[in-house]
Write a protein that binds this ligand. Structure first.
Ligand code: PLP
Length: 415
């Protein structure tokens, strides 16, 4: 892989592209929302479809010359239906946030009520944060996780829903290590006459791979990002039933977006095809197994995991009990220095600022894509512990960096 043609035109951008490729090769990507797509997905995303205007939907476009755009989009839709078992799929949202926007635009009026999980407890900006359009256009209340157990407080959610009478309840989260009980949220939605949006941005691949309960056919709407565990390149997706199909399609285009990013839709089609292969189920299972082993290794070193473990692709570590003087930001920075990239994260009952919170979040999707298994997760867990125990020790960090060099060499990326 090289950027020779870019280099001829624009050496500055070529340098940055090379730098990024090398950075991904040389570091352990443990940001839980990230992954490495296949070379086939990369190629599809870099295709001539980026030139094509295809406003509308397959067979009903506002422009001529859409025969190949139609083919690609229909393939993406059909494969998504097969992967997740959805009745209706829209693959045009530019990202997960735009997928959520499509649902809100389709179903809510300004001032309507959203009930969603608090961002500090693992929610997402697009679920009603004041800095996001959702927090500005809609009336938002937030539910929480039980701070003792780290699990969603489903009873509290139910009581709050009866009181607040939301128009829509949002489930599905960014930093929640446990399996989500979508049926239970649906019962609450039914009881209070609310719609239910299950945002599976993080766990699209785990649901497709059969290692997490599916909200498809349970919740009214299921949204996701396509670049996270499902590994199909940057973008978003909405799944729903025939009942809401027209409303959703109109809300995505022309309601909230212009022309679809057809090159990204090609990436989705290719990524979904890869995910339909039986090997993808093994991948999804390995992602979860790896996260379990990573979590157990960290616990063995005295770290405290929010909820005491994980059912998913990520662990959320509360540093306060084990490392009261080390913030999430300190840990993130020391680990980045040695070549392990994860993010500082708020934890339930957060006592620090969201800009330098008390936790770190670590995910296994990208390392698993590189072929790493439980043995490597033990090694990585040991390494995180050593660095976070001594974030200012140059010798410890030099040793950790050398170990990561060996690991990344042993599990090469984009050869
Ligand atoms: C990542 C994420 C999204 C979407 O993010 P985009 O960056 O817009 O794709 C939406 N909801 C949740 C819960 C997420 O974690």
């Amino acid at each position: 892989m090289n950027y020779e043609t870019v280099r001829e035109t624009d050496p500055a951008v070529a340098d940055a592209l090379d730098g990024e490729l090398q950075r991904q090769r040389d570091t352990l990507a443990m940001i839980a929302s990230e992954n490495h797509v296949s070379p086939a997905v990369l190629e599809a995303q870099g295709s001539a479809l980026t030139n094509k205007y295809a406003e509308g939907y397959p067979g009903k476009r506002y422009y001529a010359g859409c025969e190949y755009a139609d083919e690609v989009e229909q393939l993406a839709i059909d494969r998504a239906k097969e992967l997740w078992g959805a009745e209706h799929v829209n693959v045009q949202p530019h990202s997960g946030t735009q997928a959520n926007m499509g649902v809100y635009l389709a179903m809510l009026d300004a001032g309507d009520k959203i009930l969603s999980l608090d961002l500090n407890h693992g929610g997402h900006l697009s679920h009603g944060h004041p800095a996001n359009f959702t927090g500005q256009l809609y009336e938002v209340e937030q539910y929480v996780v039980d701070e003792e157990t780290g699990y969603i407080d489903y009873e509290g959610l139910h009581a709050q829903a009866e009181e607040f009478e939301p128009d829509i309840i949002v489930s599905g989260y960014s930093a929640y290590p446990r399996e989500v009980d979508f049926e239970r949220v649906q019962e609450t939605a039914d009881a209070v006459g609310a719609l239910h949006l299950a945002d599976i941005a993080h766990i699209t691949g785990l649901v497709a791979g059969g290692v997490h309960e599916s909200p498809v056919g349970v919740a009214d709407f299921v949204t996701g990002s396509t670049h996270k565990t499902i590994r199909a390149g940057r973008g978003g997706i909405i799944m729903t039933s025939e009942e809401y199909a027209d409303d959703i399609d109109k809300a995505v285009f022309p309601g909230g977006q212009g022309g679809p990013l057809m090159h990204n839709i090609a990436g989705k089609a290719v990524g979904f095809k890869e995910a339909l292969e039986p090997e993808f189920d093994d991948y999804a299972a390995q992602v979860v197994e790896n996260a379990k082993v990573l979590g157990e290794t960290l616990e063995g070193h005295g770290f405290e995991l929010v909820s005491g473990g994980t059912d998913t692709h990520l662990v959320l570590v509360d540093l306060r009990p084990s490392h009261p003087d080390t913030t999430g930001g300190d840990a993130e920075e020391a680990l980045e220095e040695v070549g392990l990239v994860l993010n500082a994260n708020t934890v339930p009952g957060e006592t620090r600022s969201p800009f330098n919170p008390s936790g770190i979040r670590a995910g296994t999707p990208a390392l698993t894509t590189r072929g790493m298994g439980t043995e490597e997760m033990e090694q990585v867990g040991d390494l995180i512990a050593r660095v976070v125990d001594a974030p200012d020790d140059a010798d410890v960090k030099a040793e950790a960096a050398a170990e990561i060099d060996e690991l990344t060499d042993a599990f090469p990326l984009y050869e």
